[in-house]
Ligand binder design. Sequence first.
Ligand code: PNW
Length: 515
Amino acid sequence: MFKITFVIFLRILICSKTSLSAEIMESAKNEQYCGEKTVEKGFYYGTFPEGFKFGTATSAYQIEGAWNEDGKTENIWDRLVHQNSAVIADGSNGDIAADSYHKYKDDVKILKELGVEFYRFSLSWTRVLPKGDVSVISTEGIQYYNDLIDELLANGIMPMVTIYHWDLPQSLQDLGGWTNEIMAEYFEDFARVAFSNFGDRVKWWITLNEPWVQSVLGYDFGWDAPRLNLHGVGGYLSGHTMLKAHALAFHLYDKEFRPSQKGKIGITLESFWMEPKTSDPKDLEAAERALQFELGWFAHPIFSKNGDYPPLMKQIIGENSKKEGLKRSRLPSLSSKWIELLKGSSDFFGLNHYTSYLVEADENGQDPSWRRDTRCKTSVNPLWPETGSPWLKVVPWGFRKLLNWIKKEYNNPDVIVTENGVSDKGGLADKQRVAYITEYMNEMLKAIKLDGCNISAYTCWSLLDNFEWLGGYTQKFGIYSVDFDDPERRRTAKESAKAYSTIIKNNGFLKCQDI
Ligand code: PNW
């Protein structure tokens, strides 16, 4: 008797989670455009497909703090902020940040309040492996993530774990960081520690976050840690190693862990939408080139039918290298072994998207660099609304165009939007963020319903205000504010948290909205 009652109870529980209410079903039948219907305008009211998942995200260095506690050692961001605080907008650092190392239960509480189904967070490499390699595995580090994962699961929230979100151990940077191919193996070792310790409960893995940003901003532009100005060479070497690192971790999981753990594993890539500045064929080509040099660089080897780097990149960088009198291309070549290992090595297409650029052809680049190789110049339309970050303008329709480009280019892969969000200077009445999230999610809904793009989940960046890299605490991305003057780091819901929560509850948009 008890057993039967329990089974019925379980079924009710499962049904209430997965099937949609009558109101939502009814709305799905009637969905349509409200008002205008152009590329730039028009609100589409309707609901997301059944089973679509909503979540929110953070990363270790940006929220955890406790930078040297319980055996954690220095990573490349610790090194940068401590040695060169002048490059951080407010001279700050992530030493304490949102203090999530101590306040993770507060984080889970607000996640539950929001009603998200999953939480994307990343592992701090040196918290788990203080020496960078596997000679020492920190009991405290493992304990922290075990506690966080258990707390999430106890509250019905699925963990989505990014293994690497830009915080390489300084000890490994001293060996050359991502420019040294051996890093791929160190990463594989780290991934093994993660799968063995957490894989019984974590079913969603992301190997690397945004290898383009790490490689270009870290090793070509010389902005982000490790802040190396290795123009035209370092970024490509870093990207090459990161691709190999991803492939090794994917196959390790696939062969040794997936059979028993039965989870999914993929990579997260970021991309702007690149809109041609004019209808001149030169600008049309330039916009395509810009997409291939940013997203294609990492997506083509993994998601295209033929694999390898985009032909356009190989050709252009090869030609430029020859003109520069070099014996080989500055873009390393992938052997057929690696081409095969990379092809199809992702169960989903993790996509981070924030904004768009206007692109025009530009043949005047000077020194060999990633920027010069693209032969593109980017700008923005002055009418695009500004935000708290200079690089981020509000261009919702660019999201739909990007999703369609991915559909066409990579044969409609399963896309998980692993980040999307906007910054401001702070405050709880964050009207611009409410509008941004609503409009971008609406464009994503159009991509699903009207264009047939395969998208299965959406992640809002970020759960919390946090350490925004070079922007310090001057650019706030959270849907919850954090009081950085309060030792308790109190978290408070902004209006956007409530708006996002409503979209989740309704599984979309049940009626027309004026934005
Ligand atoms: C993402 N860009 O990065 C990161 O994954 C997050 O850690 C970060 O906080 C968030 O976006 C907001 O910046 C990007 O300038 C950072 O091209 C910069 C760029 C793109 C993505």
